[in-house]
Ligand binder design. Structure first.
Ligand code: PMP
Ligand code: GLU
Length: 389
């Protein structure tokens, strides 16, 4: 008997696809379990261990029985540390009352649910991180991709944003440094976007999770611009900076009128972030910066190897990413990025993310993460070169 099960799935979920980054890393694990020697440049996840002092703080918390619910917005000492960091490093005038601790992805989801819904538009970068668009779809709102083209350094220009704002627009997502292109937004573009948001009464959700992974450029937070804080939610997290992806810990900083509805989402979904992970978060923000600087130095060396190597392979080209740990590589073959990536996985045993997973503007590109050892990067380059020549 054939069961027609479509009706069991909510209408909202029917067109929503799973995460290609998360799925591909699962596929790589399966292939490796079958004995395939796959190099993964797919998921964006630092390969370093979490610094020891952070691990120790979480272990101590466990030993001391810190294993219960915490306040929904997070423990006071972590919210204080985040507020201080946001003031000192990002120039955001805020206090602990403006902070909600949450896994980064969940903070973004809570913001999307809180500020958009049926009949409303959300502007987002294209190419842009794989989960923004599905989050907007799950909120029943309409995603409005803003093309970010190579000539503009892959930034959403205020002109491109302005052309796509409709009377239904409620929210705009900004991501700097950007995943997948590595673009770091300049002050002028960010100010232009902030002005448009004010003129059209939009909430700005700015995802700054890669802010510390920079190769010379300066990072700017929109929430530090005069008057912008009142309409801005700044999202950040521990995953990338401190190599803490499995801890599921991040935060949102926002004025009370924006943080309150996000908090309501959190109270009814995950309640709070993991208690002992939060103690690790305090140690990360209050502890020595040496390990972070060392990781960024290593990313910088791998970036050089990756970019140089990619540009030496006939048919591939890549600009230097200014931030994050991805090479955004264009290829000449007139085939879909999914087919090109599958070919690389099959023939070179190198896993990459097809550019089309990041939006229509990503077609003709692939994303390669260099959050992996230099040896892996060199071996992957060798394999790709062999297959393409
Ligand atoms: N934003 C961007 C741009 C990302 O690349 C990621 C990757 N994980 C996230 C948010 C989510 O971070 P986390 O895994 O810490 O939830
Ligand atoms: N953000 C990372 C990536 O783009 C991790 C996976 C995910 O959450 O999408 O690969």
């Amino acid at each position: 008997m054939i069961y027609l099960i479509d009706h069991m799935v909510s209408e909202r979920m029917r067109g929503v696809k799973g995460s290609p980054t998360v799925r591909l890393s699962g596929l790589v694990a399966e292939l490796r379990a079958r004995g395939e020697n796959v190099i993964s440049l797919a998921i964006g996840e630092p390969d370093f261990p979490t610094p020891a002092h952070i691990v120790e703080a979480a272990k101590k918390a466990l030993d001391e029985g810190f294993t219960r619910y915490t306040p929904s917005r997070g423990i006071g000492e972590l919210r204080e540390a985040i507020a201080e960091k946001s003031q000192q490093e990002n120039g955001i005038q805020c206090g602990p009352e403006n902070v909600m601790v949450s896994p980064t992805k969940h903070a973004l989801f809570a913001a999307t649910l809180a500020f958009s819904g049926a009949g409303e538009d959300v502007l987002l970068p294209d190419p842009g991180w794989v989960s923004y668009l599905p989050m907007v779809q799950m909120a029943n709102a309409r995603p409005v991709p803003v093309p970010c083209v190579e000539e503009d350094g892959f930034q959403m220009t205020p002109e491109a944003v302005g052309e796509r704002i409709t009377p239904k627009a409620r929210m705009i997502i900004v991501n700097t440094p950007n995943n997948p292109t590595g673009s770091v937004y300049d002050l002028e573009s960010l100010k232009g976007i902030a002005d448009l948001a004010e003129d059209h009464d939009l909430v700005i959700v700015t995802d700054e999770i890669y802010e510390r992974i920079l190769y010379g450029e300066s990072h700017h937070s929109i929430a530090s611009f005069p008057g912008a804080f009142e309409r801005t939610v700044t999202i950040n997290g521990f995953s990338k900076t401190y190599a803490m992806t499995g801890w599921r810990l991040g935060w949102a900083v926002a004025p009370g009128h924006l943080l309150d509805p996000m908090s309501t989402v959190q109270e009814h979904s995950i309640t709070c972030a993991t208690s002992f992970a939060q103690k690790g978060g305090v140690a990360a923000l209050r502890g020595p910066e040496g390990p972070v600087e060392e990781m960024v130095r290593k990313f910088a060396r791998r970036r050089e190897v990756m970019v140089k190597g990619m540009n030496e392979i006939p048919g591939l080209s890549c600009q230097e990413p200014q931030g994050a740990f991805y090479a955004w590589v264009s290829y000449e073959d007139p085939i879909k990025s999914l087919d090109f990536s599958e070919m690389l996985l099959e023939k070179a045993l190198v896993a990459v993310i097809p550019g089309g997973a990041f939006g229509d503007e990503g077609e003709g590109y692939i994303r390669l993460s260099f959050a992996t050892s230099q040896d892996n990067v060199r071996e992957a380059l060798k394999r790709i070169r062999e297959v393409l020549s």
